[in-house]
Design a protein around this ligand. Structure first.
Ligand code: BEZ
Length: 212
């Protein structure tokens, strides 16, 4: 059965461009982003890994470790990283898993035979510090992902975990947020949201972003 939100991200041990990785141990207490790409030395993937590398400080600020994956071997990843560094104005400093035996791909359902029976699809998982899967997306091979959107989702998840708020459609950092419906205790609401809230409907309560 494929992986679902709320499941524990499967642990694994696999080779990578930075040596052998034991996934849960490597994650430690951090958040994680695990993302697969179809193949090394392909144009869209090259831009995606370059972009992710240039966002290094943004991921670090949020306590997130990033790791990429394809079925290409370590030697290929290492040669390709040279190309990424050369063309994308960056120095890749996260590991790329070499899933040549497809051990990880099978556990994360990364090969979709009706799309391509050998290459990994363009999937991405956000994993929280308890190792729970909090986001799963799969994009077509021909469409590069928007990594600013990944950062936006991480911000939203961390706001929910830390402040009991959810984020409206198209929310951007600093916009109003919504109080989660399960929070009904008025005393707790007053303490959590000293700037107050406005109830557009009893179930739609908007408040300034608590950490801004
Ligand atoms: C790419 O990364 O450019 C790519 C990979 C597989 C299919 C199409 C594009």
């Amino acid at each position: 059965m494929s992986l679902r939100l709320g499941d524990i991200a499967p642990d694994f041990e696999q080779d990578s461009s930075e040596g052998r990785i034991r996934f849960h141990e490597w994650l430690g207490d951090s958040w994680g982003v695990l993302f697969s790409h179809p193949a090394d030395f392909t144009p869209v993937c090259t831009t995606e890994l370059g972009l992710t590398s240039r966002l290094k400080d943004e991921f670090a600020r949020r306590g997130v470790k990033v790791i990429a994956l394809s079925v290409d071997p370590v030697e290929s990843h290492v040669r390709w990283i040279d190309d990424i560094n050369e063309t994308q104005d960056t120095v890749v400093s996260f590991p790329i898993i070499a899933d040549a035996d497809r051990k990880v791909s099978e556990r994360y359902d990364l090969i979709h035979p009706n799309a391509n029976d050998t290459l990994t699809v363009r999937s991405l998982f956000i994993i929280d510090p308890k190792k729970k899967v909090r986001l799963i997306i799969t994009y077509p091979a021909s469409t590069g992902r928007n990594f600013n959107e990944i950062l936006r989702v991480i911000d939203s998840l961390q706001l929910t975990d830390n402040h009991k708020v959810a984020t409206p459609g198209n929310w951007q950092d600093g916009d109003e947020v919504v109080i989660v419906p399960s929070l009904q205790d008025e005393e707790e609401i007053r303490q959590r949201f000293p700037r107050g809230y406005r109830a557009v409907k009893p179930y739609l309560r908007l408040t300034p972003q608590p950490n801004r």
